[in-house]
Write a protein that binds this ligand. Structure first.
Ligand code: NOJ
Ligand code: CA
Length: 562
């Protein structure tokens, strides 16, 4: 595959890697753009919309795309149940379509990160189909099989231990063919692979090699901290409190095992044979401290601590302080406000009454959130649609596609992930430019007014806010790679921090309130005044800030000394 060198960018320069200076954009292939009218987004649809992302003067200006899974799959978990690690789901296109997509990204200076789902496969994967046939099959030990320890008083087969599925119920399913239980962290249709088997390890690392050979620049590793489970499969200790059966135990034995570190080193040594490649691991159900343990050179970790934060300057200040303390100056964070699993942040942060169409205040908040995401220390991961402040879809439970949403009950609380997976509205009109057919999920109800074409034409739109911010970021080394210091802002509704890289510095002030704020800036010894470089409100560029800074309601301000 022809991999062309990306064009030079200004900003932090050659001593930093793209995964550190750049911005990654997550695409959920099913929902981005449908090229053939079957209502399902596909690879050719993505390729047709790459100019939206990079390469043109009016592109968003991101540096990489992360593609959620596009492999052959029976879609019990929309591609997170892989039936062939080296193929392309015909619904999404062919390997040739994938190659065209990679070529189109590279030509525009964008890297391509693909999702690798190596904790589990689909139950339809030929490895599992072989594994279940007998205990002596060559694939017998490729999954985690155990006998039942006996029957309960009611005559039910007892499970090998007390581990739960993240998607509800026991994590063990009895297989009549093999006459044993198999283990699944997620759905029964997603059996966990046995990473302790050297043949499995070799096969999965071969998958990594193959995609590197096909020209990809990085991998997002699905739930990588559960690859290893306790070798003796000991039951987790019980725990009191929490919502739902998953939280009623301490997950000591079903994740974060010491063997993971050795595997990560091996994975890194493979990826590092090709310069400029990276990995980002999804920390499954883990805390900030777990993330810090697992960050490694050229290996980022999603810690998701930003996702739970409500619309509050004080709460974000606390979270930034906690992250700074844990990550220090050495560990590089991955920053996420939205992804394909979580409610969209434009909805999470919206004021009461924002509604499906969205309100002006909701959009003003989304702009402030964009400033935060694109200026705080770490690599920002955007989620398709957030650049137009797309809101959640509203889907009644009875019509949910998301499998855990369909299984939810009082022991198993779940949200409907469909809400974050709505078709991308490109323009007004039937199909919203997403599809000429009937979209697999309903179009967002506001598609006629909230779409890319319309926002592109409005200088004050959320989309143009993202574009301007991305341009500022890529020209400002302090924002890309600088250190981060929180500033005490004398107003509890204002979050402030300074980023510094060498002589370059940027001050970020975010007013979370719908009233003006006036804050006293602490002196920092510089003789140069701060000047506004960017604002989400009406403020003249170059505007000099005094010791007392007046912020408009919901203003996100970036100042530099240039
Ligand atoms: C995490 C993914 O983000 C999610 O969408 C998926 O359902 C689970 N892993 C299982 O692969
Ligand atoms: Ca299609």
């Amino acid at each position: 595959m022809p991999a062309q060198p990306p064009p030079e960018r200004p900003g932090a320069g050659a001593e930093h890697d793209w995964w550190q200076t750049g911005v990654v954009y997550e695409i959920y292939p099913r929902s981005f753009a449908d090229s053939n009218g079957d209502g399902i987004g596909d690879l050719a649809g993505i390729t047709a919309h790459l100019d939206h992302l990079a390469g043109q003067p009016d592109s968003l200006g991101v540096d990489a795309v992360w593609l959620s899974p596009f492999y052959p799959s029976p879609d019990h978990d929309f591609g997170y149940d892989v039936a062939d690690y080296l193929g392309v789901n015909p619904k999404y296109g062919s390997l040739a379509d994938f190659e065209r997509l990679v070529e189109g990204c590279h030509r525009r200076g964008m890297k391509v990160v693909i999702d690798l789902v190596l904790n589990h496969s689909s139950s339809e994967h030929p490895w599992f189909q072989a594994s279940r046939t007998s205990r002596s099959d060559p694939y017998a030990d490729w999954y985690i099989w155990r006998d039942s320890p006996g029957r309960s008083v009611t005559g039910r087969r007892r499970s090998p231990n007390n581990w739960r599925s993240w998607f509800g119920g026991s994590a063990w399913t009895w297989d009549e063919v093999r006459g044993q239980f198999y283990y699944h962290t997620f759905l029964p249709q997603q059996p966990d692979l046995n990473w302790r088997n050297p043949a499995v390890r070799e096969a999965l690392l071969n998958v990594v090699e193959t995609w590197l050979d096909r020209g990809v620049d990085g991998f997002r590793m699905d739930v990588f901290n559960v690859f290893f489970k306790d070798a003796q499969l000991r039951s987790n200790p019980r725990r009191v409190g929490g919502r739902g059966a998953w939280s009623w135990q301490r997950h000591l034995h079903d994740r974060n095992q010491p063997e993971l570190h050795d595997l990560l080193s091996q994975l890194r040594s493979i990826v590092d044979t090709r310069p400029g490649r990276m990995t980002v691991g999804e920390l499954f159900d883990g805390m900030l401290a777990d993330a810090a343990q697992l960050i490694a050179p050229r290996h980022l970790v999603f810690d998701f601590s930003l996702i739970g934060v409500p619309w509050s300057a004080a709460a974000f200040t606390r979270t930034l302080a906690a992250r700074d303390a844990v990550f220090g100056t050495e560990r590089w964070p991955a920053n996420v406000l939205s992804n394909h699993d979580q409610p969209r942040h434009a909805s999470r942060f919206a004021p009461p009454g924002d509604g499906a169409a969205g309100s002006t205040e909701g959009d003003a908040r989304a702009k402030v959130a964009a400033v935060l995401l694109l200026t705080m220390r770490g690599t920002p991961f955007l989620y398709y649609g957030e650049e137009i402040a797309l809101r959640n879809l509203s889907i009644p439970k009875a019509q949910a596609f998301d499998p855990p949403a369909r299984r939810a009950n009082f022991l198993f609380r779940w949200w409907n992930r469909d809400q974050a997976r709505g078709p991308m509205p490109w323009r007004a009109g039937p199909g919203a430019g997403f599809s000429a057919g009937r979209p697999w999920l309903p179009l967002p109800s506001e598609a006629a007014t909230r779409n890319v074409e319309r926002q592109a034409a409005d200088p004050d739109s959320v989309l143009n806010t993202y574009r301007r911010l991305l341009a500022l970021r890529s020209a400002t080394p302090a924002l890309q790679v600088g250190s981060q210091h929180l500033v005490a802002t004398s107003d509890a509704d204002v979050l402030g921090y300074v980023r510094r890289a060498g002589d370059d510095a940027a001050l970020v002030l975010l007013n979370f309130a719908r009233r003006p704020a006036s804050i006293a800036l602490p002196k920092d010894g510089s003789r140069e005044p701060w000047r506004a470089a960017f604002s989400t409100r009406d403020r003249a560029p170059g505007d000099m800030l005094g010791d007392e800074v007046a912020l408009a309601p919901l203003e996100g301000l970036v100042a530099t000394r240039a």
